[in-house]
Design a protein around this ligand. Structure first.
Ligand code: FAD
Length: 484
């Protein structure tokens, strides 16, 4: 064997966020030499930890994400679950009085988990760095990539440029991926980007003080709280330190219209009255006027790879609006699916005749498998934007959910609610949605048939007993007339 044939494969992963860090662990476990490049400084340094103090940003972690953490075999799932808060239901704060209504996520008691984004990222970085074949390069901003020659160029902390060569390049550099834009210069990649006119602003709800003076949650912690107001909404997720992170989603135009503290307080009194004392007036004003307004974008790309040279993953391949709580979960599932496919194609990081055998076929297979699932969850997340802002309080939606839940508990295989399929299983997204469409068709047929049968029975019975029924109806009409 020549030296070339014995060379170990090097994968360069751009972006050490949630998906990039997890992917580094998986590649290292397969025996690749992993170079992980991140534009930010190391978030675990005390100075950066300190700057985040008291400001948690949390995410809902569900089965797809948990499954990918579990498959590392490093106990990551348990560690992160210990530091999370389970949320078994939505708590909808309805109307001006903010009356609370709990809506269970699952008839089987399954729950999603509120996790601290920074803590999760740190944990993944720790686990990646413990592996001897992983090197993390912080303060490396990708500026150019030549995917034909496998060359990556970065601007580093002191402003100079550094170049690296890696055999496989992976872009896990988020929704505004530089690697994706560099790939698009070389290949025919379909690309679709759509902003919605809703933006978001994060607000902190501090711990309350319990009767014995110890800190406690200001709201029921085992719920994801939602204040749906049709064109805008407020949500709140619990943190293990007894605080909640609230996110106000609202059209940018409405954000711009609130210019003064009085206008802000008036807006909150009209719409989220119960949250004011819990967030605290001063903190509310501070966060609203000082925290950044984020924009929400959907990104769809196809394919996700170029030959056996480059691949995009996570938000770089499929950013979605956050209303199904699936962006990170989907990105983690990308990693699990990618490595299952590499296994299936028997891909090992060893060069034979200047090639890694099976890699191109595996990446072809990956795009073939994953693009349709990524597009499906991007569309579903957009649909849930409407559901969370409005539908959760409609009678039709609640009746349909109830019916689905009842049938699911009697016949768990026949009808599976969409939320259950997305959040509590790893069924590919596109299959879950196809199945949901079929279920919806049959549920509509069943509901329509039930309505027709009920109406027929009532008409028949009414006709048969019309002599008794008509005088009662006439007297009821007379009573109503008298009232006016
Ligand atoms: P990112 O987290 O964006 O990480 C990309 C990394 O690449 C970053 O570290 C960045 O610094 C680095 N980088 C970028 N450019 C370069 C460059 N040129 N060179 C080097 N490095 C670079 N998902 C859920 O599953 N559940 C939720 O509840 C949820 N809630 C959300 C709420 C909000 C308001 C938002 C906006 C998103 C939410 N998401 C949620 C989505 C989730 O945050 C993303 O899907 C997830 O962070 C994607 O991870 P990623 O690693 O692909 O990208």
């Amino acid at each position: 064997m020549s030296n070339e044939q014995q060379r170990q494969g090097v994968v360069g992963i751009v972006g050490a966020g949630l998906v990039g860090a997890l992917n580094a662990i998986y590649f290292a476990q397969r025996g690749w030499k992993v170079e992980l490049y991140e534009l930010r400084p190391d978030m675990r340094l005390p100075v950066h930890r300190e700057s985040r103090r008291g400001r948690s940003i949390n995410l809902a972690l569900s089965e797809r994400g948990l499954s990918a953490l579990r498959c590392t075999g490093l106990g990551l799932e348990d560690i992160i679950l210990k530091a999370s808060v389970p949320m078994k239901a939505r708590m909808v704060h309805i109307g001006k009085q903010c009356t609370q209504m709990s809506q269970q996520y699952s008839v089987n008691g399954e729950h999603i988990n509120a996790v601290d984004r920074a803590r999760l990222n740190e944990l993944l970085l720790d686990a990646a760095e413990k592996m001897e074949n992983v090197t993390v390069h912080f303060e490396h901003r990708l500026t150019q990539a030549d995917i034909e020659t496998n060359k990556l160029e970065f601007v580093v902390a002191d402003g100079t440029t550094k170049s690296y060569y890696t055999d496989l390049i992976i872009g896990a550099d988020g929704a505004y991926s530089k690697l994706r834009s560099q790939m698009m210069r070389r290949m025919r990649m379909d690309y679709d980007q759509e902003y919605i006119d809703t933006g978001y602003c994060e607000l902190s709800m501090p711990p309350a003080t319990g009767p014995d003076g110890t800190p406690t949650f200001a709201l029921d912690p085992n719920h994801l709280h939602i204040w749906p107001r049709h064109t805008f909404m407020l949500i709140a997720l619990p943190n293990p330190d007894f605080s909640f992170t609230c996110t106000l989603f609202m059209p940018f135009k409405m954000f711009d219209e609130i210019k003064t503290e009085d206008q802000l307080m008036h807006f909150f009194r009209e719409n989220f009255i119960d949250s004011i004392s819990l967030i605290g007036e001063e903190s509310l004003k501070h966060d609203f006027f000082n925290n950044p307004r984020g924009s929400l974008v959907t990104v769809k790309a196809s394919p996700h790879h170029y030959q056996d040279k480059a691949l995009i993953i996570g938000d770089a391949a499929h950013a979605m609006v956050p209303f199904y709580g699936q962006g990170m979960n989907c990105g983690f599932q990308d990693v699990e699916v990618l490595h299952e496919i590499l296994d299936r194609h028997n891909v090992h990081p060893v060069f034979v005749d200047n090639k890694i055998r099976g890699l191109k076929e595996a990446l072809d297979d990956y795009s073939e498998t994953r693009v349709k699932d990524a597009h499906a969850i991007c569309d579903l997340a957009m649909y849930n934007h409407y559901e969370m802002r409005s539908a959760v309080t409609s009678m039709r939606y609640l009746a349909r959910r109830k019916l689905e839940g009842i049938i699911h508990s009697w016949f768990p295989r026949l009808i599976i609610p969409l939320y259950t399929m997305v959040s509590f299983t790893t069924i590919p997204y596109s299959q879950a949605i196809d199945r949901w469409h079929r279920q919806t068709h049959w549920l509509n047929v069943a509901m329509f048939s039930t309505a027709v049968v009920t109406a027929s029975v009532m008409t028949t019975v009414g006709f048969k007993y019309r002599d008794q029924f008509l005088p009662t109806l006439r007297s009821a009409v007379d009573t109503v007339k008298h009232l006016f």
